[in-house]
Design a protein around this ligand. Structure first.
Ligand SMILES: [Zn+2]
Length: 136
């Protein structure tokens, strides 16, 4: 199955750009004071389906946050102003990684997860595939 990182994300990104364009509180960079920061919409155009609240809040406050997408979902992250990395969690990719690593699936109330997590990213070995914030 071909990877479709960008296919169904465009509507979300388009909505974000529109919401940002209509927001007359947004500063010159499109982020400061914006209900929907332009950088959030740009991240969505790169495939993010979810922007962590702390990322949006920091952008509204005028801080620069980079969405680093060198590898792929569950491996890409936001570089926060304090140097920490906020990892993205995508359920589809999480399950692909868990199965690729041969992890035991655990049925939960709402979804399945893996005993001990999905394991490292098969592409680069990054162990932070369960999402979360990593302090370096
Ligand atoms: Zn990776």
């Amino acid at each position: 199955m071909p990877r479709q990182r960008y296919s169904n994300m465009n509507e979300l990104a388009a909505f974000g750009f529109l919401a940002n364009a209509l927001d007359n509180r947004a500063g010159g960079d499109g982020d400061m004071g914006a209900l929907f920061p332009r950088s959030d919409a740009e991240d969505m155009s790169k495939g993010a389906r979810f922007i962590p609240g702390e990322v949006t809040l920091a952008r509204r406050a005028g801080k620069k946050i980079t969405f680093v997408t060198e590898c792929g979902p569950n491996c890409w992250y936001w570089q926060m102003p304090d140097g920490s990395r906020r990892y993205h969690w995508d359920s589809l990719t999480y399950h692909q990684i868990g199965r690729a690593n041969g992890r035991k699936e655990v049925k939960g109330k709402y979804s399945t997860s893996f005993e001990g997590g999905a394991g490292p990213c098969p592409h680069c070995g990054n162990p932070n595939t369960n999402g979360g914030t990593i302090k370096l």
